[in-house]
Design a protein around this ligand. Structure first.
Ligand SMILES: Nc1ncnc2c1ncn2[C@@H]1O[C@H](COP(=O)(O)OP(=O)(O)OP(=O)(O)O)[C@@H](O)[C@H]1O
Ligand SMILES: [Mg+2]
Length: 366
């Protein structure tokens, strides 16, 4: 087991700059998720850790050992890909044994380890089958068994569940996470699915356009997004954003925008007083706004009234789209409720959950 340290990774493919300086520390035994939109550089980062790609600049360390230019076979890493790359002409047991046989592990040890990995993945009964006789989920288990059978120092997984149906994906998420806990292998897991990231990661590194935008626990990322990108990328439905001007009125600070005026709380005032007269971007999550009759009684909130534009009844939740002036605010209410499109609704939002970002850089102020 090792910790993994990425320092200043830059990678170009011709004119495309895939990575623009990636720094990341993954602790020994930790499960870190790289989360970000398509093309942001997740796979490239993983391939550099695996040794399948060389960076143009920067370094990769496993513990104290620099491995940047070592070939994959000298790193003791395993990688699981999105497409279950299992050998079609080999039985399951031979697929799992394959990485051991190319390492010339003695045959009795091969048998022992294949049994161990198959038990962990609960595929002992499938060992005599060929891949075409397996379901997608079973094939992916074989791929994971084959990855862990060498007892790698670092396990890399690139969207390993995205070919599975929704139910199986949820099941495999918790299974993979439990498996990782059990064997304690340092893991970097790539996904663009934020729910997967939130439920699996000890920490999440949110990436965009070849950069890491924030690294933190799922709670950090959700409650304290470091910038607009992270605030908007994590959370569903997306955080509501609106332009507002920080204004001083009767010695008090307010956030003023078209159709609303938000008095600020004491701790918010102390941070925002340098921004008087400036435009900022305010953000509030859909789940931190409540129709007035459903708001928690002691909520220190602000009321906004608008017209109901659209309602999504999801059963467990109701999503209301509320038109306020030119803006649509999205509100998530738990439970099933009836709202009439076109009618007026007053919502209260939880002032303590307000985010404020700089308009120029997008960095979080609050
Ligand atoms: N071999 C390559 N040749 C040229 N460009 C590449 C190559 N590999 C990746 N890129 C480019 O580098 C950027 C990052 O790609 P990468 O595959 O790392 O993204 P990703 O975050 O894994 O995306 P996805 O979620 O779609 O898998 C993209 O713009 C991609 O087009
Ligand atoms: Mg990818």
């Amino acid at each position: 087991m090792v910790d993994v340290r990425l320092v200043g990774l830059v990678k170009r493919f011709g004119k495309t700059v895939a990575l623009r300086g990636i720094d990341l520390d993954v602790r020994d035994g930790e499960f870190v998720v790289l989360l970000g939109p398509s093309g942001c550089g997740k796979t490239t980062t993983l391939r550099i850790v695996a040794g399948l790609e060389k960076p143009d600049e920067g370094h990769v360390f496993f513990g104290d050992r620099e491995v940047t230019y070592l070939p994959p076979k000298d790193r003791n890493v395993s990688m699981v890909f999105q497409s279950y790359a299992v050998w079609p002409h080999m039985k399951v047991k031979d697929n799992i044994a394959f990485p051991l046989r190319i390492r010339k592990v003695p045959e009795d040890e091969v048998q022992r380890r294949v049994k161990w990995a198959a038990e962990l993945l609960q595929i002992e009964t499938l060992l005599e089958r060929y891949p075409h006789q397996l379901s997608g989920g079973q094939r992916q288990r074989v791929a994971v068994a084959r990855a862990i059978v060498i007892e790698p120092d670092v396990l890399l997984m690139d969207e390993p569940l995205s070919n599975l149906d929704a139910l199986l994906r949820v099941k495999m998420r918790s299974e993979l996470k439990k498996l990782q806990r059990r064997i304690g292998v340092t893991t970097i897991y790539v996904t663009h699915d934020q729910v997967e990231a939130m439920t699996m990661g000890d920490r999440i590194a949110v990436m965009n356009a070849g950069k890491i935008m924030q690294v933190g626990t799922p709670e950090d990322i959700y409650l304290r997004p470091a910038n607009i990108f992270v605030g908007g990328f994590v959370g569903s439905p997306q955080m509501n954003f609106f332009d507002a001007t920080v204004t001083e009125k009767d010695g008090k600070l307010i956030l003023e925008g078209p159709g609303f005026s938000i008095p600020l709380m004491e701790d918010q005032v102390s941070v925002l007083k340098d921004y008087v007269g400036k435009t900022v971007i305010a953000g509030i999550r859909p789940e931190h706004m409540f129709p007035k009759d459903l708001a928690p009684p002691k909520l220190k909130g602000v009321e906004i009234t608008g017209d109901i534009d659209f309602v999504e009844a999801l059963g467990s939740d109701t999503i209301i789209h509320l038109r306020v002036g030119e803006k649509i605010l999205v509100i998530k209410v738990s439970g099933s409720h009836h709202y009439k499109i076109g009618s007026k609704l007053t919502v209260v939002f939880d002032l303590s959950k307000l985010h404020v970002f700089r308009k120029d850089s997008g960095e979080a102020i609050i």
